[in-house]
Design a protein around this ligand. Structure first.
Ligand SMILES: Nc1ncnc2c1ncn2[C@@H]1O[C@H](COP(=O)(O)OP(=O)(O)O)[C@@H](O)[C@H]1O
Ligand SMILES: [Mg+2]
Length: 483
């Protein structure tokens, strides 16, 4: 390994601006631990995303530095300046996560590099420049922490406003269930009372039997009773009221709406008369009305409770609290859960159109974080449209990518604003209304964590944000990147 060509002398090292202030011992140490490597023009010296194992200094030749942005390779700089460096430049930072190359270095022409293993470089920096080390570490860690804190705050803001909406949504069925339960208690007490009267022996066994059968029928009718329009219901109530009046049943106006809502008609009332006889008709009709009413109340309670548990299910799906962070998910479940959370915030004049391609396979994803992406995009779309418009949420497949479109009919993004929307803190909203972090965070979640992409197309009256996610699994990196 130690051939004359892959060594460098301390004197040669001293000519590089990076090392000019080092003393003779330090230069000798570097010369001993590093090596010289040749790279042919056009080859990759190191690649973005790979484990950062070496620190490189250009000795001769020319290089280009690039980064992947939106799936495209973007050249950041190109130089033949002797002494420029790259690679494991942050090796000395004391953090747990595995360090990766943050960009790609290519040799443009045949080039020569001084190469130090990352650990050796880190050891030198740490022991020779302890104070600088602390300062740098403070800088990097501080920057990352503040990003995390700000991101967390944005997440909480979104959650806060959504949970306010959810609370509102939950309140209606909960109040309905409470109300219905209290009326039900009242009606059940009434039935107990009527039962005592029937038990007085005014009805013989056969007639009682017939009445119980009619009662069963009433319960079955409630289950299948068609939902009438207010007009149709009012007409049917008039007919029943007239019949009851003609048969001397008092309080017809009170009984008719319940009987009609439970699907009872004149035909059925005639059969009740035939069963119990005219003398007991009123008692029987009241008794059966109670049955219908309790049945309707129980149905109402059932609907309200189903609605509540549906909302709670959506909230759970949305927050993904008890789920593994990285899992294979159906994006439609995530989108639906997020849309439920928005229900209360959706103005009446905004139409929601879902165009889902249900054939799409589930994707490996950080589900809760993707929900945050949909939240940000939908929030922006609603914000752009105000009181009126159409929100379209569409899924489709584009080769080995799954696409989710969130489209709105708002005023669009003006061309001078367009290049800046993904910048952190960039907002066109009034102070206090926007943090300018929604798209920045969404971009990091989609691009850094899922290796996907976010694109936008906008013109007045039509803005579409498209999220592209790889359909095939990539190993999640444990620490994630900066997102
Ligand atoms: N659907 C949209 N229609 C029009 N402008 C949008 C839309 N989505 C985002 N923008 C623009 O991008 C800016 C940044 O969005 P974002 O990062 O979510 O921050 P914020 O919503 O807090 O302003 C918005 O202020 C707005 O100018
Ligand atoms: Mg926003």
């Amino acid at each position: 390994m130690t051939t004359p060509t892959d060594r460098i002398t301390p004197d040669q090292l001293r000519t590089l601006f990076l090392f000019e202030a080092l003393d003779a011992d330090q230069l000798a140490w570097l010369a001993e631990h590093g090596r010289v490597e040749q790279r042919a023009g056009g080859t990759v010296v190191y690649a973005e995303g790979e484990a950062a194992t070496c620190f490189f200094v250009l000795l001769r030749g020319a290089v280009s530095l690039s980064r992947r942005v939106h799936g495209d390779e973007l050249e950041i700089s190109r130089t033949d300046q002797r002494g420029v460096y790259g690679g494991a430049t942050q090796a000395y930072l004391e953090d747990q996560s595995e360090k990766l190359y943050r960009n790609t270095l290519r040799a443009i022409v045949d080039s020569e590099f001084f190469v130090l293993p990352a650990e050796t470089f880190a050891e030198a920096v740490r022991s020779w420049f302890p104070m600088a080390m602390h300062l740098l570490e403070g800088l990097f860690v501080g920057m990352r922490d503040s990003q995390t804190i700000i991101g967390e705050r944005e997440r909480l803001l979104a959650l806060g406003s959504l949970s306010a909406g959810l609370t509102h949504e939950l309140n209606n069925p909960a109040a309905a269930a409470v109300r219905a339960t209290s009326v039900l208690r009242d009606r059940v007490a009434g039935m107990r009372h009527k039962l005592a009267m029937i038990a007085d022996g005014r009805l013989d066994g056969t007639r009682l039997h017939g009445l119980v059968e009619l009662q069963e029928e009433a319960v079955a009718r409630v289950a299948t009773a068609p939902k009438l329009t207010p007009m149709a219901a009012s007409d049917a109530e008039d007919v029943v009221t007239d019949w009851l009046d003609e048969h001397d049943v008092s309080g017809a106006w009170d009984l008719a709406p319940t009987l009609v809502a439970g699907g009872a008609d004149v035909d059925w009332l005639e059969r009740v008369t035939a069963c119990v006889g005219p003398a007991d008709l009123e008692a029987a009709v009241r008794w059966l009305t109670y049955t219908v009413e309790t049945e309707l109340l129980m149905r109402e309670i059932g609907d309200a409770v189903t609605r509540i548990s549906g909302l709670v299910g959506a909230a759970k799906q949305y927050s993904q609290l008890d789920r593994a962070p990285f899992q294979v998910v159906d994006v439609h479940d995530l989108l639906d859960a997020t849309l439920v959370m928005f229900k209360a915030k959706m103005p009446a004049g905004v139409k929601l159109v879902k165009e889902y391609d249900r054939e799409l396979p589930p994707v490996p994803a950080y589900a809760a974080e993707l929900n945050q992406v949909w939240t940000n995009l939908i929030d922006n779309a609603l914000g752009a449209m105000g009181e009126k418009g159409t929100l379209t949420v569409r899924t489709s497949r584009d080769g080995d990518l799954l696409t989710v479109d969130v489209a709105d009919t708002g005023p669009g993004i003006s061309p001078d604003v367009r290049p800046r929307i993904f910048e952190p803190f960039f907002t066109t909203k009034p102070v206090g209304a926007g943090t300018g972090l929604g798209l920045d965070i969404s971009y990091r979640i989609v691009v850094h964590k899922h290796h996907g992409d976010i694109r936008v197309e906008s013109e007045p009256g039509s803005t579409t944000f498209r999220v592209l996610l790889p359909l095939t699994a990539e190993q999640p990196h444990p620490g994630g990147e900066s997102a």
